[in-house]
Design a protein around this ligand. Structure first.
Ligand SMILES: Cc1cc2nc3c(=O)[nH]c(=O)nc-3n(C[C@H](O)[C@H](O)[C@H](O)COP(=O)(O)OP(=O)(O)OC[C@H]3O[C@@H](n4cnc5c(N)ncnc54)[C@H](O)[C@@H]3O)c2cc1C
Length: 373
């Protein structure tokens, strides 16, 4: 069975796909948004720390679980804080809000559709995509927003076949700390990776632990349990359930190509997550907005090469910063095994102005600053 033609088919209705669908709907483009999940709000974890300004993306205040104005970084022996405007987002509310704000007059959302393959013409442009039941879907432009699955990006050389990954796991815990402070933990003392404590509403918080090592979920949970015994964490956190949530995120080399003929890729499918702190949403939303603008131009001018504007815009804004952030990530991976080295890094951070610390963790470097060591 062949489905009707669309301007754009977006595969993947995570944060990237939903934002892109919303933007293209606003532009009154016929879009088909497909996801293999049957319930789009069935999420593997539920909170997001973010430096985004929700107004930039016209999001409702409902998506915010806590407003943050101070971030405290900890190594084994050093504590360093930065005044910073950030927020903790409720991922389920955020996705629900995006789904509701998509214009269904223009965007068809279909769930339980698992895209498995595609056909392309002699020049390499996609002509149709096919699901696991053999149904075919046709559009002028195709978008891979399938996250690490990268069902189209991997086969077109835009994502590594087996991307390097980091793994993360989180507990939802009782919380006695301040609701305007987020905590980040670095180094071996915090089980050799990085940890986070994000306040939520109702005296609860998310305590998470991420690792660059390849670990099974049981081991991650064990390490997260150990973090709970660290006195300054134990003083403000109490675990009252053993449910762990989590997932994987890409830590590949910085990507520069997101477009291949009539294929556009956004989000984790092309590793757009900030290498330093693993913040994805602000960056994938910006990518989705840029991609929507380029797709709109390509459609209205009937000129596929306009899609490259998205790639150009992204690289102009983020390439230098991401390269710098990648170097920092590699240092973090290397030195996180040594508490002394992480302590030294923190002492260096303490000499920096508040604004610089905020820039390092939020990724808001200017192009010129991104070149500096
Ligand atoms: C543990 C953890 C903690 C994180 N914490 C933060 C944080 O605090 N702040 C932050 O900003 N970011 C955070 N991130 C990163 C952020 O979650 C990701 O960058 C973001 O989810 C990527 O969104 P995406 O839409 O590209 O991909 P995804 O969210 O992975 O969405 C992909 C969608 O595609 C669908 N799909 C996949 N394959 C197919 C297929 N073949 N056919 C059809 N559909 C398909 C999937 O079902 C899914 O719905 C974290 C990530 C992890 C793992």
């Amino acid at each position: 069975m062949k489905n009707k033609n669309y301007d754009v088919i977006i595969v993947g209705a995570g944060g990237a796909g939903l934002m892109l669908a919303r933007e293209l709907g606003i532009k009154k483009r016929k879009v088909l948004l497909l996801d293999r999940k049957t319930d789009l709000l069935n999420l593997s974890f539920r909170t997001l720390g973010s430096f985004m300004d929700i107004n930039e993306f016209h999001l409702s205040q409902d998506v915010v679980a806590a407003d943050i104005n101070k971030i405290i970084l900890y190594s084994k022996n050093i504590k360093c804080s930065a005044v910073s405007k950030a927020c903790i987002l409720d991922k389920a509310y955020l996705h629900k809000h995006l789904i509701e704000s998509i214009d269904k007059n223009y965007v068809d959302i279909r769930t339980g559709i698992d895209i498995k393959s595609y056909n392309a013409d002699a020049a390499g442009s996609l002509t149709e995509i096919t699901d696991d039941k053999g149904n075919k879907y046709i559009a002028t432009y195709y978008v891979d927003a399938t996250g690490l699955s990268g069902v189209l990006s991997k086969r077109n050389g835009l994502q590594d076949k087996q991307p390097d990954i980091a793994v993360g796991v989180e507990f939802n815990v009782k919380y006695k700390g301040k609701t305007n402070e987020a905590h980040l933990y670095l180094g071996n003392h915090y089980e050799g990776g990085y940890g986070w404590l994000f306040p939520l509403k109702n005296n609860r918080a998310i305590l998470g632990f991420g690792s660059f090592e390849n670990m099974v979920i049981g081991e991650l949970k064990q390490r997260l349990n150990k973090m709970l015994t660290i006195p300054h964490i134990a003083a403000i956190v109490e675990k009252d359930n053993d449910n762990a949530e989590g997932g994987i995120l890409p830590i590949t080399q910085v990507k520069t190509k997101f477009v291949y003929n009539n294929l556009v890729c956004v989000g984790d499918s092309v590793s757009q997550v900030n290498p330093v702190v693993g913040e994805g949403y602000k960056f994938i939303f910006r990518a989705a907005v840029m991609a929507a603008n380029a797709i709109e131009k390509a459609i209205s001018q009937n000129n596929t090469s306009m899609l490259k504007e998205y790639e150009y815009e992204w690289n102009k804004r983020y390439y230098d910063f991401y390269r710098k952030a990648k170097r920092m990530q590699q240092l973090l991976i290397k030195y996180s095994k040594s508490d002394n080295k992480v302590d030294l890094g923190m002492l260096f951070l303490k000499t920096k102005r508040n604004k610089t610390i905020e820039k390092i963790i939020s990724g808001e470097f200017t192009k010129k600053e991104a070149y500096l060591p």
